[in-house]
Write a protein that binds this ligand. Structure first.
Ligand code: AMP
Length: 588
């Protein structure tokens, strides 16, 4: 397959922000893609080479890429660097330089998608002292045979700056249309994606065997499952309304969600975002199986930082010290944790996803012998508001955030947020303390003490139906000086030349970001807003919803992907639940 088919599609996609058009471009591309290349094409569209959990990364520095462009075009490094600084994107800069070159030389051979992919894989696998030079040569060899447009997208893929403005949902829509003729089959693809977390593999199956191919998707040890998510409720009464007469209540711990896959020989850990985080927790790898009677399992747990002397839970931030590449042994000692199990999805060859919660919990209890390090999250059965309230009190007194309320007969719905799991946090119950997880989409430069940094951030909720991020407030309070530096560092890497098409906002900040970073915010109330687009038209035609007096809590939710942020639907529910609904229209 010619790589030009891909680069032409990417070019068209960059030129539009309309979801339907984006989907149609992908459908056309998929229809022209042979089934033995489709998985590779899908990974490239996702801006990766393999599914996240395999951790395959290119690791190319800008300097090296510039050297490669120089080698292939004969243009001095200095000139390329200048073009890059002016343009802000190495892909664009390279295409201009290659443009000049192609006027004087003939292309020897057309470049194929397979060749681009395999070369990038080779680059990712290279290690050792001579690897930098080899990487540079591989890139240069690709560029030698590439047209300017192809060169542009090869560099964007290499540098991780491909911005097509689409999420996995759009890719699944397009696959469903291209291979089954109907978008309605998206759900079937999604089910396969949920248990495999590998969209390339899903694409290959549907391309080769149509819908029948999806039946082969089963839970597999060491392939992460997309996690089941919870809806929030504001009160015990609301929980009773949604879950009925009798259900389970578990403590909700404030740590990091860990999906544990273990066999007799191996333990692998995945984060909520399905990255392989095994290296951060050597203590889990070493000790978890000591508490388990069975050898082949997929479990879910909350890893929580603890005070070793008292066994008390410590705040979530403590755990973030574990996220480092070096000196792990030291941090393991410095920041001890406990592993708190709450679900089992696979047990000795048996897929438990369709087993009801009740049975999964029973099996979890049967196979676990608790010790100081491995615990099962406390649970009780509740039937009345009073019983929930009592258990919530206990949870808060033990240092938990609140409760998770779970339907006894519900299966594990991978990848789904629904009413079978509800979260009840204490703070939701007092009107002025609601916390929301919001996506940073833009910023305004600071003044005074904040000059040279971002003074105010523009935040958004996630709209699941449209797969967009809609602005809900500006936030400028709650930041320490350290936070301001940290935000500048993290966010400046995510500045985009133009607004990502998934962002909807009536505001024009100084800079736009890729919607990637999620932060926690509290606010005094939710009001109608003429400028913000979150939940637009849902309460009143022409108005969106905004947060009043928002404040950053100090928590950057690294473990959350932007699609895990609070949704417009949650905000609508919070708005409706406010005791005193403010009818006024807020200014910001
Ligand atoms: P939130 O991050 O507020 O959406 O809440 C969901 C998160 O709570 C999950 O991703 C888990 O990391 C965490 N959690 C803590 N305790 C439990 C529990 N008992 N059951 C399920 N999730 C839990």
């Amino acid at each position: 397959m010619q790589f030009s088919l891909i680069s032409e599609t990417f070019e068209k996609m960059e030129a539009t922000t309309k979801r339907l058009e984006l989907t149609q471009h992908l459908v056309d591309l998929f229809k022209a893609t042979p089934s033995d290349v489709i998985s590779k094409v899908v990974y490239l569209i996702q801006g990766k080479l393999r599914p996240d959990f395999e951790g395959v990364e290119l690791g190319i520095a800008e300097k090296l890429a510039i050297k490669a462009i120089s080698k292939s075009s004969g243009t001095p490094v200095r000139k390329i660097t200048e073009a890059f600084v002016e343009d802000g994107d190495l892909g664009h800069a390279a295409s201009k330089i290659l443009e000049q070159k192609t006027q004087t030389t003939f292309l020897m051979q057309q470049i194929t998608a397979e060749r681009v992919y395999e070369t990038l894989m080779k680059i990712a696998r290279l290690e050792g002292t001579r690897s930098q030079d080899m990487k540079m040569k591989y890139i240069a060899s690709l560029l030698n045979d590439a047209t300017p447009q192809e060169g542009k997208f090869i560099l964007k893929l290499i540098m991780g700056t491909l911005r097509l403005g689409i999420a996995d949902n759009t890719v699944m829509d397009a696959l469903a249309i291209a291979y089954t003729g109907s978008r309605d089959n998206r759900e079937k693809l999604e089910a396969a994606y949920n248990v495999s977390s590998d969209l390339g593999r899903v694409a290959e199956e549907i391309a080769k065997n149509n819908l029948a191919g999806l039946e082969n998707f089963q839970i597999t040890l060491f392939s992460p499952i997309r996690p089941m998510l919870a809806e929030r409720v504001k009160s015990e009464a609301e929980a009773m309304e949604k879950l009925g007469k009798e259900f389970a209540a578990e403590y909700k711990l404030d740590g990091e969600r860990v999906q544990i896959h273990l066999s007799e020989k191996k333990v692998v850990l995945f984060s909520r975002r399905l990255e392989n985080i095994t290296s951060y927790y050597p203590d889990i790898v070493e000790n978890v199986s000591k508490a388990l009677k069975t050898t082949e399992m997929i479990l879910e747990a909350e890893a929580v930082a603890i005070n070793e002397n008292t066994g008390e839970f410590l705040p979530f931030q403590e755990l973030m010290h574990r996220r480092r590449k070096y000196d792990i042994a030291k941090t393991v000692e410095q920041y001890p944790i406990s592993v708190n199990l709450f679900d089992v999805m696979y047990l000795n060859g048996k897929d438990l996803l369709n087993a009801p919660y009740d049975e999964r919990r029973r099996r979890l209890e049967e196979t676990t012998t608790e010790n100081d390090f491995v615990k099962i999250i406390p649970k009780t059965i509740v039937r009345t508001e009073n019983e929930i309230e009592d258990f919530l009190e206990n949870a808060i007194n033990s240092g938990c955030e609140g409760l998770m309320l779970k339907a006894l007969d519900a299966p594990y719905r991978a990848g789904a947020r629904g009413n079978n799991w509800l979260k009840l946090k204490r703070e939701y119950r007092n009107e002025l303390g609601d916390s929301l997880d919001l996506v940073v989409i833009g910023a305004f430069f600071g003044k005074g003490r904040r000059t040279g940094r971002y003074g105010t951030l523009l935040l958004a909720t996630y709209n699941q139906e449209n797969d967009t991020f809609e602005s809900i407030c500006k936030v400028g309070t709650g930041f320490t000086d350290e936070n301001l530096d940290q935000f500048y560092q993290i966010l400046q890497e995510r500045v985009t030349l133009k607004k990502n098409p998934r962002i909807e906002s009536g505001m024009e900040p100084d800079v736009w970001f890729e919607p990637e970073i999620v932060i926690e915010v509290v606010a005094s109330e939710i009001t109608l807003s003429p400028v913000h687009t979150a939940a637009k038209d849902a309460i009143r035609k022409g108005s969106g919803l905004a947060l009043r007096f928002p404040k950053f809590t100090g928590k950057i939710r690294n473990e959350k992907s932007p699609e895990d942020a609070s949704t417009d639907q949650e905000v609508i529910a919070l708005y409706k639940n406010q005791k005193k609904v403010t009818q006024g229209i807020s200014e910001s």
